[in-house]
Design a protein around this ligand. Structure first.
Ligand SMILES: [Zn+2]
Ligand SMILES: [Zn+2]
Length: 368
């Protein structure tokens, strides 16, 4: 099977995070047909392994995500999603096809040292994220992991272009949920109220003051289900927080708790604050990034990228191993990811395979 055929098969049968059963079976069949050793990981993921020359305990991990999104596809591609309301709208089908192509090539052409793992990771799009489940299994114990490499298609970046950002690249992502409990009642009888709507309004404004270059706090959902003349007993608020630094993240979490306590004492309400433990920052290893960028510039077009406020559970690998996450040009007319019309240029698959294979071989040798 060619990597492009592999991609089209995945694209036509997308599955949501933590439900990638048919996807995992298909990947397993394709790897088996190539004679590539592999096993399940994190429920619906697959971990493949190739062993080259030299010390097999030295390992490079190549990671692709495999889950799709709850989006109804509206492209007219011949390989359009057959699963109503589910679509590979983030390009994870491309990532998986690139990884399959790389493993196929390395298996048949060799030329690398140590061990190369091919990790088809489930559930990137959904907290707690498949990466945390993979790592909880400690699959790389007994190995010295010298690099974890991941990529993501980049909408709007020309095919044949690769984008890099050393150091802080993608943000941490924490979901914020608040329930502000007061005392509702007749809206005209204010002295009898502990008005949670006013307290919630102040809470939202104070949270917005935490926004800075290093920190994003946005509120996307506020429910105060009263009426013109009814103040409800409670108000629900939901939002998201992004930072580029784990220390900034810790400080912002403390500030949020302080702000909630202050509005509570001011308005006599009680706020329950739930800050879910989301994805950590993606921080690229400087040395790996420099090596990869240089290699990309020799064979392709390499560009520098700015840090971005979106997030990725790839950050979990960055916490534990030297890691690199780069961007693969998906074409200027691909449309935006997470939309029903996202249609990456499939020629990106060839660039992706070529580059990731070269990088894997180079990294497997560099650390001898
Ligand atoms: Zn996505
Ligand atoms: Zn994605």
């Amino acid at each position: 099977m060619t990597p492009t055929e592999f991609r089209r098969r995945l694209h036509a049968d997308p599955e949501l995070s933590f439900h990638e059963e048919r996807t995992a079976r298909f990947i397993s069949e394709c790897l088996a047909a190539e004679g590539i050793e592999h096993r399940p990981t994190a429920g619906t993921g697959i971990l493949a392994r190739l062993v080259g020359s030299g010390d097999p305990r030295r390992a490079v991990v190549l990671r692709a995500d495999i889950d799709a999104l709850p989006v109804r596809e509206e492209t007219d591609a011949a390989w359009k999603s057959l699963n109503d309301g589910i679509m590979h709208a983030c390009g994870h089908d491309i990532h998986a096809a690139v990884l399959f192509g790389v493993l196929q090539r390395l298996k048949h052409e060799g030329g690398f040292r140590g061990t190369i793992f091919g990790l088809f990771q489930p559930a990137e799009e959904c907290n707690p994220g498949g990466a945390s489940l993979v790592l909880a299994e400690n699959p790389f114990d007994g190995y010295e992991v010298t690099a974890v490499i991941g990529e993501h298609v980049e909408a709007g970046l020309a095919v044949g272009t690769l984008g890099f950002c050393p150091g802080k690249f993608m943000a941490s992502n924490d979901e914020l949920r608040f329930t502000v409990r007061g005392k509702g009642g007749h809206a005209a009888m204010r002295s009898a109220l502990k008005d949670p709507v006013i307290a919630a309004a102040e809470l939202v404004l104070r949270l917005a003051e935490l926004n800075s270059r290093e920190c994003v706090v946005s509120t996307g959902r506020i429910i105060a289900d009263g009426a013109t003349n009814v103040i409800p007993d409670e108000v629900h608020i939901e939002g998201t927080m992004r930072t580029f630094d784990e220390e900034v993240r810790r400080r912002a979490k403390r500030s949020i708790a302080d702000i909630a306590a202050q509005t509570d004492s001011r308005y006599g309400v009680e706020t329950e604050t739930d800050i879910g433990e989301g994805y950590p920052c993606v921080v690229n290893d400087e040395r790996l990034t420099a090596t990869a960028r240089e290699l990309a510039a020799e064979r392709f077009r390499a560009v520098d990228l700015q840090p971005r406020t979106t997030s990725e559970d790839f950050g979990r690998y960055c916490e534990r191993y030297p890691s690199l996450f780069y961007r693969l040009g998906a074409g200027e007319r691909s449309g935006a990811t997470h939309t029903s019309l996202f249609d990456p240029d499939e020629r990106a698959i060839d660039t992706g395979i070529e580059f990731m294979s070269l990088l894997a071989i180079k990294l497997s040798e560099t650390y001898e």
